[in-house]
Design a protein around this ligand. Structure first.
Ligand SMILES: C[S@@+](CC[C@H](N)C(=O)[O-])C[C@H]1O[C@@H](n2cnc3c(N)ncnc32)[C@H](O)[C@@H]1O
Length: 210
């Protein structure tokens, strides 16, 4: 673990996130939630990237991460959630929810449950920013799995318990588009991942609750 790299890499990610969302929302007086905040890699930088008229929240299902964040990161309100919904936030309370590499560790059943919950907690016109394992990751699939992926399905590699980073799911764009459609969420932008420095990047989805 390179702690310096982990810390310094969070700031450009926070800036990258804000740049993308700024196309659709002005960062003034917003409630912003990092769903699956981990050890706060991104959310810890947000108060310095956008102005302090905004309120910052983080949530994760890993008790140790949430405890550490709550004890060490000021100006951000952290909560614990379960592997399954709900979140400990009111309906229609968030302007922005982002989840960086969270759906990538969930089963199909929880894709449905979480999309419904994220929609509930988001305000009308709120923005959801999510990342998935799209086409550039599909080379990790077996030929039989690739057929399923290409037909618009979710493919899951359940090497560990759901939620763990070794439980990996692959969201074909068609699957994810249909998921948004099912919950009446409008896709504002889909940016397919590219290969950067020989590493496949995740797809980005910017979505709005109508
Ligand atoms: C790959 S890490 C990404 C962490 C963080 N988003 C980042 O970019 O640094 C995945 C995170 O998702 C969390 N996670 C997995 N399933 C979750 C769930 N159902 N609800 C909330 N967090 C979850 C894990 O505990 C972990 O912190």
């Amino acid at each position: 673990m390179n702690y310096d790299k982990f810390y310094s890499n969070g700031k450009p990610t926070a800036e990258w996130l804000v740049n993308h969302i700024s196309e659709f929302k002005q960062f003034k007086n917003l409630s912003i939630l990092d769903w699956g905040c981990g050890t706060g890699r991104i959310i810890r930088h947000l108060p310095n990237v956008v102005d302090n008229s905004n309120s910052f929240f983080g949530t994760d299902y890993n008790q140790k991460y949430v405890k550490w964040c709550a004890e060490n990161l000021n100006g951000i309100n952290f909560k614990l959630n379960g592997l399954k919904p709900p979140l400990d936030f009111k309906e229609n309370s968030m302007d922005i929810i982002y989840g960086i590499s969270i759906f990538t560790h969930l089963s199909e059943e929880l894709h449905f449950e979480w999309m419904q919950e994220l929609r509930n907690v988001l305000k009308k016109d709120g923005v959801l920013f999510l990342t998935t394992h799209g086409d550039v990751h599909s080379s990790k699939l077996l030929p039989s799995e690739k057929v399923l992926y290409d037909a618009g399905n979710l493919v899951v590699h359940a090497y560990k318990k759901e939620g763990n980073r070794l439980f990996a799911s692959y969201q074909s764009p068609e699957f994810f588009k249909n998921l948004c459609l099912k919950y009446n969420l409008e896709i504002l932008k889909h940016i397919p991942g590219e290969i950067t420095n020989s590493k496949p990047q995740q797809d980005v989805w910017i979505i709005q609750k109508k």
